[in-house]
Design a protein around this ligand. Structure first.
Ligand code: NDP
Length: 261
């Protein structure tokens, strides 16, 4: 049988750890497959590329997750809710779309007893996390610096606020899904309200992979912290299971963790 081929589509893609994570696990499990990356210029070409490159499946990253959603013939529950797809499988001329960012976020928390959550930011990642939390029995408050992106959440019954309306309250988890701190030294919120929020928090979670000002502030305040790398690895693990159409023992997450370092 021919080697199975998978790829990551995005723009940019050269920095991505996904090939390392997937190929390490193919090797470990002696699966005859290979995972590469593909720089896509136009999201509308996604469907045609998947078939013309002979791919069995693909991951899709920024800025094409919504194009991937539109390209698919069938969608899983999270992909439907969120309106974005990060994992696609090709079968019988059809595209099956999934969103593994949502279960990836929950898995990255491990066993938890959190009861409340505040999501800062209202983009694609916030959508995945909001539905993931709802699926786990937590109704988050979604807060953003501007109003327009909050409409999506309001329409789906989530509590929302712009930052200026945020009232001091206790949230077990405060999650930064904004891009503040990604390529700058900004906090998502001014220092004062963020300190108030951290005062009542059990965990500060940043979806960004590096140590951000948000995480540094949490460290100074001695609050438990988590960065985005575990979410990245878990979404890759769940995508892997979809690609090979088999449940994999969770102990193999360690293979991906070592590959990421
Ligand atoms: P989007 O572009 O969809 O959304 C960005 C959000 O950040 C918006 O709510 C925007 O607010 C807000 N924002 C941007 N700059 C600032 C700022 N300076 N201060 C306050 N708010 C700001 O991005 P994504 O949701 O796709 O990605 C968000 C972050 O999550 C990125 O840093 C990305 O690297 C990370 N990520 C991590 C993943 C993981 O696996 N760990 C997976 C995917 C993403 P407004 O609406 O007002 O513009």
């Amino acid at each position: 049988m021919n080697k199975k081929l998978f790829a990551l589509f995005g723009n940019p893609v050269s920095h991505s750890k996904s090939p390392l994570l997937h190929n390490a696990l193919y090797r470990e499990l002696s699966i005859d497959a290979c995972y590469t990356r593909y720089l896509l210029e136009d999201g509308r070409a996604l469907r045609e590329k998947l078939f013309s490159l002979g791919l069995c499946g693909a991951n899709v990253t920024v800025p094409f997750k919504e194009d991937a959603y539109s390209a698919c013939d069938e969608l899983d529950m999270f992909a439907k809710d969120i309106g974005a797809v990060n994992t696609i499988v090709t079968k019988n001329e059809k595209l099956y779309g999934y969103n593994t960012d949502a279960p990836g976020f929950i898995a990255s928390l491990g066993h938890f007893s959190y009861k409340s959550a505040l999501i800062l930011g209202a983009g694609g990642t916030a959508r995945a996390i909001a539905f993931a939390l709802r699926d786990s029995g937590i109704e988050p408050l979604v807060a953003n610096r501007s109003k327009s992106r909050l409409g999506f959440f309001l329409e789906r019954g989530f509590a929302t606020a712009v930052f200026d309306e945020l009232k001091p309250a206790e949230y077990d988890i405060v999650i930064n899904t904004t891009s503040a701190g990604l390529a700058d030294e900004l906090l998502p919120l001014p220092m004062e309200p963020l300190v108030e929020l951290f005062n009542g928090a059990k965990l500060a979670y940043d979806c960004i992979y590096r140590e951000t000002p948000f995480l540094r502030l949490a460290k100074e305040m001695r609050i438990d912290r988590k960065g985005g790398i575990d979410m990245l690895i878990w979404q890759a693990f769940f995508a892997f299971e979809i690609f090979v159409d088999t449940k994999i023992d969770k102990k193999y997450i360690e293979v991906m963790k070592s590959a990421a370092n």
